[in-house]
Ligand binder design. Structure first.
Ligand code: ASP
Ligand code: MG
Length: 440
């Protein structure tokens, strides 16, 4: 069985949904198709949540009505069969009436998850009916019946595997199953989600659960590029990436993939293929166990980085100091990305800053603390085997004109990261590109 995931733009209109239909029916592999919400819908539903939490019911109703108009049009364009069209219209009317209900009652924080879940619930139902209209056998599997996270918001793999097996058995044989990306239940049985962009994660978790032979992630770009195409000319899709390289790139800015989604596929040894809905024949990128071969494969950049430096004489020749520092980040559930140390100071970076002031308050007990905002990490991914010479010289020669704030080399053999002020990011990306990839 295969798992195919289509993102918001791939189901963004009736025309796009029809293209997805062509893609999933172009061979007779049995498949589970995971869909995101129609592009823009999750943002719009979050906008609604905002209005409700600000107690603006009239604006909320206007907001709901304008989103509904988009769906009325989608239903019109999707179905020529009168009966199915009426069924679609009724479904949309009911869904949006349910959303209007929220504007009539007191807003509760738990409502947010229920509201944002509607995007995927709607797209999958409309698409399944489209398949039926085209006489394509397909069964809709409710993700809320088998996707679950535990008390620490981590996927409950054991539960998902056994529940999905049950669901598939109950549903019976079908060439195509459709399900919702992103949404799940939490340990208390409430509706929850896998965070923004989480549909990719749904796809690989399902792939792992059923031991799929392949996971395909379909978006609107032809794979993971070797550099940011918005900044650098003549980038190209990287044909093969290892799981580790892909995870680093996804984390450090390649927006095409949810960073957490690599791990389930890696654990199960299932290849992930990144494909382009607009150009289904393009090779795309394959992420697999590829034995890397001493090359630099790609560059990515991540903005919004904050650097924190803690200087303390107490660090000199002392042990246990770093542990205490890192415990503070653990306490405030803030992941640390880069770290460098000297005998009397430690510098590190974070990009999740909601707890920053509390973190700083606690850090000040340990020494003098300096904070820098507006930074970017330039991350070079490849296989920097330790016996190869010259990478560092090559990479750093590209930073001749760019002031470097911090360097991380050797943390993993897949990644060299350099921290710069964000104003230098584009210059750095272009100049690293020239040194590493420009063969002309
Ligand atoms: N619809 C969700 C979002 O926009 C999940 C996804 O598309 O992956 O974040
Ligand atoms: Mg996405």
């Amino acid at each position: 069985m295969q798992v195919l995931k289509f993102g918001g733009t791939s189901v963004g209109s009736a025309t796009r949904m029809k293209e997805v239909f062509q893609i999933i029916t172009s061979d007779d592999q049995q498949k589970i198709v995971v869909l995101s919400a129609v592009s823009g819908t999750t943002n719009s539903l979050l906008g609604l949540v905002q209005l409700l939490s600000e107690k603006k019911p009239d604006q909320a109703v206007d907001h709901i009505d304008s989103l509904k108009r988009q769906y009325d049009q989608l239903v019109d364009e999707l179905y020529h069969d009168q009966e199915i069209r009426e069924q679609g219209q009724l479904f949309i009317a009911e869904k949006f009436e349910m959303l209007r209900e929220f504007s009539r009652k007191k807003f509760d924080i738990a409502d947010e998850k229920v509201i944002v879940a509607q995007g995927e619930l709607i797209s999958t139902q409309l698409f399944t009916w489209y398949l039926h209209q085209q006489n394509q056998e397909a069964i809709l599997l409710p993700a809320l019946d088998f996707m679950r996270i535990d008390k620490s918001s981590e996927p409950d793999e054991y539960y998902m595997k056994s529940m999905l097996e049950k669901e598939l058995q109950l549903a019976g044989e079908s060439p195509i199953y459709i399900t919702q990306g992103y949404i799940c239940r939490n340990a208390y049985g409430e509706i929850d989600n896998l965070k923004r962009g989480g549909s990719d994660y749904t796809a690989t978790l399902i792939g792992q659960a059923i031991q799929a032979n392949e996971i395909q992630i379909w978006t609107d770009i032809d794979g993971m590029h070797n550099n940011d195409p918005r900044v650098v000319d003549h980038t190209y899709p990287v044909k093969n990436l290892s799981y580790d390289e892909a995870a680093e790139l996804a984390y450090f800015g390649a927006k095409i993939l949810h960073p957490s989604c690599v791990l389930p596929a890696q654990k199960a040894g299932i290849p992930i293929r990144l494909k382009n809905t607009m150009d289904p024949k393009a090779t795309g990128t394959t992420i697999s166990k590829r034995k890397a071969d001493g090359e630099i494969t790609a560059i990515a950049a991540k903005d919004g980085i904050v650097a924190i430096k803690i200087k303390s004489g107490r660090m000199l020749n002392a042990y246990g100091f770093l542990k205490k520092i890192f415990e503070i980040f653990e306490r405030y559930q803030t992941p640390v990305d880069m770290v460098t140390t000297s005998e009397v100071a430690v510098s590190l970076t974070i990009d999740e800053t909601s707890q920053l002031s509390k973190i700083l308050l606690d850090l000040r007990h340990f020494g003098q603390v300096e904070v820098d905002h507006g930074l970017s990490i330039i991350c070079m991914v490849g296989n920097f085997t330790s016996d190869q010479r010259g990478y560092a010289a090559k990479i750093f020669s590209a930073f001749k004109e760019v002031p470097i704030r911090m360097i991380s080399y050797g943390g993993s053999k897949y990644n060299v990261s350099v921290l710069v002020e964000s104003q230098y990011k584009e210059q750095a990306l272009r100049s690293v590109n020239k040194v590493l990839f420009d063969l002309s």
